[in-house]
Design a protein around this ligand. Structure first.
Ligand SMILES: CC(C)(COP(=O)(O)OP(=O)(O)OC[C@H]1O[C@@H](n2cnc3c(N)ncnc32)[C@H](O)[C@@H]1OP(=O)(O)O)[C@@H](O)C(=O)NCCC(=O)NCCS
Length: 149
């Protein structure tokens, strides 16, 4: 079933789909302007999306900074969660970073986000630090996770 979902670089044509998922997934969603700027102008950014027919149902991205890929976001439309799409995205991000010679990845995740933490752990990410009260909406701590090869 997963094979029928194509994975492609994220483009502006799918921005409406991305904004819907972003707003359903995050307490502090990125704005339309932030997304447009990110896709058009951020040379360090790499974003991928997963399509069901021509609709984007998931996306993930990162900033490539020297020898590190910092994952900025990863989200799956609520109707499509729990089907392995998050794993497919994560593998896509790892493969994209490796193609550019980058073998270490980092990210921040809310301490309470056990589903995402499980996903990251299953790809070899480990907690290496914490940012106290990192999130502005509820002052929740962020775990800093790293994956190194
Ligand atoms: C986190 C998220 C991307 C996972 O995507 P998904 O497509 O549902 O995940 P998958 O179906 O590929 O599952 C991957 C792993 O996640 C974990 N997982 C998925 N659903 C879970 C659940 N209900 N309970 C516990 N763990 C779960 C498991 O470890 C699973 O691996 P397994 O099936 O081998 O046990 C998705 O839940 C999401 O978009 N959440 C909102 C946005 C978000 O929190 N993003 C992360 C910000 S840091």
């Amino acid at each position: 079933m997963l094979e029928e979902f194509k994975m492609l670089p994220l483009d502006l044509e799918h921005i409406e789909d991305i904004l819907i998922i972003e707003n359903l997934s995050f307490p502090i969603p990125w704005s339309r302007e932030a997304w447009i700027q990110e896709i058009r102008s951020n040379k360090l950014a790499r974003y991928i999306m997963i399509l069901d027919k021509n609709r984007a149902i998931a996306y993930g991205g990162m900033w490539l900074i020297l020898d590190e890929a910092h994952i900025t976001n990863i989200a799956v439309h609520p109707d499509y969660r729990g089907k392995g799409i998050g794993k497919k995205l994560m593998q896509g991000l790892i493969d994209t970073a490796k193609r550019e010679g980058i073998m270490q990845m980092s990210l921040e995740v809310r301490k309470s986000n056990t589903i995402a933490i499980h996903l990251y752990e299953s790809f070899g990410f480990r907690v290496e630090g914490m940012r106290k009260e990192f999130y502005l909406d509820n002052h929740e701590d962020a775990l800093i996770m790293w994956r190194r090869e």
